[in-house]
Design a protein around this ligand. Structure first.
Ligand SMILES: Cc1cc2nc3c(=O)[nH]c(=O)nc-3n(C[C@H](O)[C@H](O)[C@H](O)COP(=O)(O)O)c2cc1C
Length: 209
């Protein structure tokens, strides 16, 4: 039985197709940032304090006005169904059961609206500054209609990352099902994360407002 995230990682490596595992585990170019992130995280130390009353523990806090039971949220990651048939539905049920927030990826394998019906927790929606402003508008309307509580806008995916594992595996990303069918360009090369719906590389802070 896996008891920590490293155990889950090892099992995923064993069970997932190599291309899917590498998509999840890999970073861009020499994966220097992946290593740096891990080292930065490892450099944190907790200062132990003693003789405090710790008989009742409470890790809860609020994030943008929503109370969460612990200061850990689920970041938007595309394609949960690549790792498990229940995909985002299972992730959202888990987030709701544990009292935290799930940020749903623009590249989700599940419909925003269907997902919202799967549990009664807290959902945020991730999107990109789309070239097509009407797509942004329609997603904001959908998020609002399905009671999503906040949006996360991803601003660092204007251009394709050089993800060397994906190149070696000839990995093809599939578009999330929430994009309109007419935005499909058959036979197109692998796209940057935000490019499915046409992330706008010219976007600036002005577009955000
Ligand atoms: C497999 C995978 C898929 C991701 N997909 C998305 C995505 O669709 N949209 C997005 O905004 N960020 C995506 N991200 C970025 C994460 O939301 C997050 O910002 C990043 O992993 C850094 O957080 P971490 O250090 O906790 O991994 C993805 C990350 C991973 C590892």
């Amino acid at each position: 039985m896996p008891i920590n995230l490293f155990d889950f990682e090892a099992i995923a490596k064993e069970r997932l197709p190599k291309g899917e595992y590498d998509y999840i585990a890999g970073g861009a170019t020499d994966e220097i940032s992946v290593e740096r992130n891990r080292r930065a995280f490892e450099s944190w130390a907790l200062r132990p304090r003693v003789l405090r009353d710790v008989s009742a523990l409470d890790l809860s806090t609020t994030v943008l006005g929503t109370r969460v039971s612990l200061p850990v949220l689920i970041a938007p990651c595309g394609g949960h169904k690549k790792a498990h048939p229940e995909g985002e539905f299972a992730t959202y049920r888990a987030a709701a059961a544990r009292g935290t927030i799930m940020a749903v990826s623009a590249n989700s394998n599940s419909s925003f609206e269907e997902l919202a019906k799967a549990a009664s927790g807290h959902l945020w929606l991730q999107l990109y500054p789309f070239r097509d402003r009407s797509l942004t508008k329609s997603w904001l309307d959908r998020a609002n209609g399905a009671a999503y509580e906040a949006i996360c806008i991803t601003l660092d995916s204007q251009w394709p990352p050089k993800r060397e594992r994906n190149i070696r595996n000839n990995y093809r990303r599939t578009r999330g099902i929430n994009y309109p069918a007419q935005s499909l360009e058959p036979g197109s090369a692998p796209r940057p994360a935000g490019a499915e719906g046409g992330s706008d590389p010219a976007a600036t802070w002005k577009d955000l407002s």
